[in-house]
Design a protein around this ligand. Structure first.
Ligand SMILES: NC(=O)C1=CN([C@@H]2O[C@H](COP(=O)(O)OP(=O)(O)OC[C@H]3O[C@@H](n4cnc5c(N)ncnc54)[C@H](OP(=O)(O)O)[C@@H]3O)[C@@H](O)[C@H]2O)C=CC1
Ligand SMILES: O=C1CO[C@H](CO)[C@@H](O)[C@@H]1O
Length: 342
């Protein structure tokens, strides 16, 4: 698979690094508005994980200022969209119209209708629209998906999930529904996607949250499914304290095992409650889960995209799952706003 990245910011850099280590997925091009970055100077990029950006070798890459120019390159199979979310819909549409497969960073769009229309467009063109929902490729979360799919601990009965960040000082548009969509669309969509993978679409959603403008800043949701044994609670959003910029975790129950995990970044370091599988009968297993570097999951993600172009099932990358995840977020907001279950 020959790929071109659109947008060189935090995710553009992390995806670039992933292509350096991936097999079967070759990065051949990128586009950026920034002349320095077109020259390979990617210093100044720094996200909340991964190394800082550095000078990269552009001699074997085709470099463009705009996505339109990059789309004229017939040798590119797939465009890897790492643009801000409010640009996703137009960019994905353009790529599909130009006959390119797409791997788009999460969330696919700012709302479920737009996401569904992109999924339908890709289908009508016979192209793959994949969404880079990386959570399902992080080993701590992959193990839940694998256990659910294999049934090795029996039925998955649900659990509790959380994802909380500190104040978002870096983006004044964070709570703007036209730009980012607040914690539901930017952050919780990771868990909504995971829940969709594990349990399907909920039958009923009860959410309560603090509103900030037109969206919520912090919320808790309870979800039920067709199977009355399955109960899920999920929550998160932003808190006003800077001291703990990020945490995520879960406790998930299967018929024959409970799995626990929590990770948090604090201003003075990180703390991890590693994955523990508490088996029926009481045995506690602490599985080895790789290097702990989240960047590894992005390598798997781009390799999986290449496998999909070679004929494999898109699994967690399927565009429809990403559209469903946005639908779940919308149900939650609807429940918060109406103060009723939906
Ligand atoms: N999976 C994950 O863990 C994460 C996913 N994300 C997702 O990745 C996507 C990109 O986020 P992130 O990399 O953090 O964002 P950044 O702001 O760091 O990068 C986005 C890049 O898009 C380009 N761009 C083009 N047009 C515009 C425009 N009009 N306004 C702003 N930027 C523009 C810019 O690159 P240039 O100057 O080169 O044109 C910019 O650097 C989002 O969808 C986000 O939700 C983000 C963080 C983590
Ligand atoms: O997906 C993401 C991971 O978490 C970040 C916050 O820390 C989000 O802003 C980002 O979009």
């Amino acid at each position: 698979m020959r790929a071109g990245i659109a947008g060189i910011g935090f995710m553009g850099w992390i995806h670039y690094l992933a292509y350096q280590r991936a097999t079967g997925a070759e990065l051949v091009a990128f586009c950026t508005r920034d002349p320095q970055r077109r020259g390979g100077d990617w210093t100044g990029i720094q996200g909340n994980f991964g190394p800082p950006g550095k000078q990269i070798d552009v001699s074997n890459l085709s470099v463009y200022e705009t996505l339109d120019e990059m789309l004229e390159n017939d040798s590119i199979d797939l465009i890897d969209i790492c643009l801000p979310v409010h640009l996703h819909v137009d960019a994905v549409r353009k790529c599909l119209e130009a006959g390119k497969h797409v791997l788009c960073e999460k969330p696919l769009a700012l709302n479920a209708d737009d996401a569904a229309s992109l999924v339908a467009l890709a289908e009508s063109k016979g192209l793959h629209l994949m969404v880079a929902h990386v959570l399902a490729y992080l080993p701590e979360f992959r193990l839940l998906v694998d256990a659910q799919q294999s049934g090795k601990y029996g039925k998955c009965l649900g659990g509790r999930f959380k994802r909380v960040i500190g104040p978002v000082d870096w983006n004044p548009d964070f709570y703007n529904p036209e730009k980012v969509g607040g914690p539901l669309i930017d952050l919780h969509v990771h868990d909504a996607h995971l829940l969709r993978l594990l349990f399907g679409m909920p039958k009923e959603v009860i959410s309560r949250g603090r509103m900030r403008g037109e969206t919520t800043s912090y919320f808790e949701s309870m979800m039920t499914y067709d199977d009355p044994d399955v109960i899920v609670s999920v929550g998160g959003g932003t808190i006003d304290q800077h001291g703990r910029p990020f945490t995520h975790g879960y406790e998930v129950h299967f018929e024959r095992a409970t799995i626990q995990f929590e990770f948090a970044g604090f201003d003075d370091g990180t703390e991890l409650m590693p994955v523990k599988i508490i088996h029926e009968g009481g045995k506690i297993e602490r599985p080895e889960l790789g290097s702990g570097d989240p960047a590894d999951a992005f390598v798997i993600e781009v390799q999986t995209a290449a496998d999909v172009l070679a004929g494999k099932d898109p699994g967690a990358l399927a565009g429809q799952l990403a559209a469903d995840a946005l639908q779940i977020c919308e149900l939650e907001l609807q429940s918060i706003k109406s103060n009723a279950s939906v």
